[in-house]
Design a protein around this ligand. Structure first.
Ligand SMILES: NC(=O)C1=CN([C@@H]2O[C@H](COP(=O)(O)OP(=O)(O)OC[C@H]3O[C@@H](n4cnc5c(N)ncnc54)[C@H](O)[C@@H]3O)[C@@H](O)[C@H]2O)C=CC1
Ligand SMILES: O=C(O)[C@@H]1CCC=N1
Length: 275
């Protein structure tokens, strides 16, 4: 079962599951092979209606029905959720276990779910919803090539995938790409505010910021130039961009990004110990 023939169960119907499942269905994964569980009804009703996936309030019910279980609850709930699955799902060792939680290490899941599990850790991001996700993956040595091909294909359906060497690298990828949409939204919102401060209404300011972000990202993808050289192409000597860029450099954007990524990596490492 390499392609979209496996039944996949998402435990937790939050922001990330909604993004991944939305993207998977758009990319052609059969919705009758997708199961989602959550304690409350609202998110499940929305997903059943808009995506036609199976939904349940019972984690064990969908885990039992599936070949692949995706653990998609907050890290602090993971131990309890896994303990209940261990009690209620008899053949966990036969299923591919995938977790998207930040921080928590495979070794910890073995202590929660049993030493015989085979597991892939995926670090996705929310743009998966629009097919533009960036997902990092790492697997334990029990995961077969068939499993890897399957999970790569599933996440390729919602964007780009990148297998990393180990869980330390996944922590870094998470701090750059998993958290990254938040950094870009923060920056976009601040640029929007700057335009509003000079008189634009919020809607027009947002339109100009988001289209510029999209254009810059697409140019970066299409070009073989270094990002720094693309920046230089916009920066005419003696022109206005140079004056704007000077301000970012004066406030040391490099150091800000360096601090941000290091702080997020550190939190991933802390969560590995805490949960
Ligand atoms: N939001 C993001 O951008 C990313 C999140 N992640 C990881 O994804 C995981 C989920 O994050 P979000 O979707 O943002 O969180 P969220 O809070 O939006 O979603 C979690 C969902 O789990 C549900 N839940 C709570 N207890 C449950 C239980 N006992 N059984 C089943 N479901 C339960 C909640 O009702 C909620 O709908 C986290 O572990 C996070 O580290 C990873 C990459 C990116
Ligand atoms: O903030 C978090 O912990 C998760 C991991 C990456 C994005 N959201």
């Amino acid at each position: 079962m390499t392609t979209q023939t496996r039944k996949i169960a998402f435990i937790g119907a939050g922001n990330m599951t909604q993004s991944i499942v939305g993207g998977m269905v758009s990319s052609g994964y059969p919705s009758d092979h997708i199961f989602v569980s959550n304690p409350s009804a609202g998110k499940l009703e929305k997903m059943a209606q808009s995506l036609n996936v199976h939904t349940s309030h019972d984690n064990a019910e969908i885990a039992n029905a599936a070949d692949v279980i995706v653990l998609a609850v907050k890290p602090q709930l993971m131990a309890d959720v896994c303990a209940a699955l261990t009690e209620q799902v008899s053949n966990l060792a036969d299923k591919l276990i995938v977790t998207i939680a930040a921080g928590i290490r495979i070794e910890k899941y073995r202590s929660y779910l049993g030493d015989t599990i085979r597991m892939v850790r995926v670090m996705p991001n929310t743009p998966s919803l629009v097919g533009k996700g960036m997902s990092g993956l790492v697997a334990d040595d029990r995961v077969s090539d068939d499993d890897k091909a399957y999970i790569t294909e599933a996440f390729d359906g919602v964007g780009e995938t990148l297998w990393v060497a180990d869980e330390d690298e996944l922590d870094i990828l998470g701090a750059v790409a998993g958290s990254g949409p938040a950094y870009f939204f923060e920056f976009m919102a601040s640029l929007q505010k700057a335009a509003v401060n000079l008189g634009f209404d919020r809607e027009k300011a947002r339109a100009m910021v988001q289209q510029t972000a999209l254009g810059a990202a697409e140019m970066a993808i299409a070009s073989e130039l270094e990002l720094e050289d693309l920046r230089k192409q916009v920066t005419s000597k003696g022109g206005s961009t140079a004056k704007g860029v000077e301000q970012y450099q004066a406030h040391d954007l490099d150091k800000t990004s360096d601090d941000a990524v290091k702080a997020a990596v550190k939190r991933n490492q802390e969560m590995a110990k805490l949960f």
